[in-house]
Ligand binder design. Sequence first.
Ligand code: NAD
Length: 273
Amino acid sequence: MENVRLNNGITAPILGFGTYQISPSQTKAAVAEALKLGYRSIDTAQYYRNEAGVGAAVKESGLPREELFITTKAMTTGYRATKLGIDNSLTEAGLDYFDLMLIHWPMQDDLGTYRALEEAYQAGKLRSIGVSNFNRAQLGEIMANFQTVPVVDQIETCVLRQQTKLHQYLADYQIVHETWSPLGEGAGRLFNHPVLKDLAAKYDHTTAQVMLRYLTQRQIMVIPRSTNPTHMAANLNIFYFALTAADLARVQALDEKFSLSGWPSSMTLDEDY
Ligand code: NAD
């Protein structure tokens, strides 16, 4: 496993396990399998209603808590609701702290929401805080009002939507670029792309592995999701090969600067059409 260093000095695995759309009843088993396979970073959210399953799998794994990196996301807006929501998430998951908590998407009162996150960070309930689905203007507003710079911005990114403009902005402020839907939610257009299939054959790996390796070689955190143990293992097993500079350039050229999900629309403001 490779790690990234966050701007507050802590480290995080560059690859983790995504849990969106894994039902609350399936989550404990899926996360237990992920931990057994060697995943040490898990991404959940209040919105997914599966924080309890993540926490239960963590507890039953017997792994030392400090070896794990657990992320959740606030779906509340404003100071009071978010303060309550943080404590509720900790109770749901049965954890003393989260390693990272994000504002899930921009809403009405992001400054109030971030104030609650910063307060919980200072109180030790969160080891780091960040945002998700924030464009440059929205990040700029947070940074103009708080001393604590977000450690990551988790944004839709895959080889067809590489977010190069926002990536550079994030690098300038030492904010790690984290992707959601690194595999384009399983879109056939990615998995059957001739260039990716060609590279998969060349490196004797799968197209999914080539996509994840490309993103991690660009220092982008990835959190692929699968409940198929073969795919889960394959997605983790990407650090024994590396794309050459020429092949990185081939994948870079696939960028269509186009959102596969179309959400949230405020993110299109950062594309360089
Ligand atoms: P993803 O890009 O990880 O793709 C998941 C799909 O790909 C599933 O259908 C899965 O079966 C398939 N797949 C996975 N590995 C495969 C493999 N090796 N071979 C073939 N098929 C494979 O999609 P995602 O779940 O939308 O995104 C990953 C994570 O990002 C989520 O689980 C969640 O934790 C996070 N997320 C965050 C936001 C946000 O707003 N912050 C939004 C969406 C997702």
